[in-house]
Design a binder for this molecule. Sequence first.
Ligand SMILES: C[S@@+](CC[C@H](N)C(=O)[O-])C[C@H]1O[C@@H](n2cnc3c(N)ncnc32)[C@H](O)[C@@H]1O
Length: 230
Amino acid sequence: MSHDKISETFDAWAEAGRAEGMEEGHGDVVRQVLAQIEVKPGMQCLDLGCGNGWATRILGQSAPGAGAVGVDVSAKMIARAEELSDWTSRARYEVGRFEELDFPDAKFDRAFSMEAIYYAIDLEQALSELFRVLKQAGTADILVDRFKESVHTAGWDSLLGVAMHFLAEAEWHSAFENAGFSSVSTRRVIDSRGPGDEASFEPSAHAEDWKTRVELHEAGTLWIHGEKDG
Ligand SMILES: C[S@@+](CC[C@H](N)C(=O)[O-])C[C@H]1O[C@@H](n2cnc3c(N)ncnc32)[C@H](O)[C@@H]1O
């Protein structure tokens, strides 16, 4: 797997309008988590794998004088993010890779990521970069929908045609500790809108029947939190 293959895949998603679909799909869970991340005035936030930058803009606007940078390997996602931003967003975007973040050490107070970090080609290096760019007492809050306890997500890599790391909750915990994070915790976040309703359910490659849809919903999103000792 190469970064070119990943950017080609997500460039195509951006062109097909799927970035806005992700905002709709991920929005409830992300808003639940962002409401619990304390962004204080003037803090600098990082959104890894920002897609069209919708969560980056929420972070940038979450306190007076705060700012946010979204990073994504897909130039077309970044172009879309720029189209959707204006001066009130207090957000900017860069084409870049998780494994070699183009920022100095200790630049950010808060790091966030939704459904992106497991695409890292070198996950250990990506977590080490995430740790490096955080300030002392900075926090990382990383969300993934694909993890071993959510059993119906096992085949997502073949469906997408892109390699993805597939870790259990305890393995994510260890990966964060190994990268240097302290106070690491994991928990599940459940979409408050529910699984939908059975009458209008339509089978898809991700959920071939209603039972699978309900179990995917119940498994929820895995939220991994870590801190850089202050
Ligand atoms: C499933 S999308 C999620 C986008 C956004 N966080 C959201 O929720 O709408 C994953 C994003 O991560 C980006 N990505 C994947 N691997 C990456 C890497 N190694 N470095 C930077 N970005 C990457 C992709 O280009 C894609 O836009």
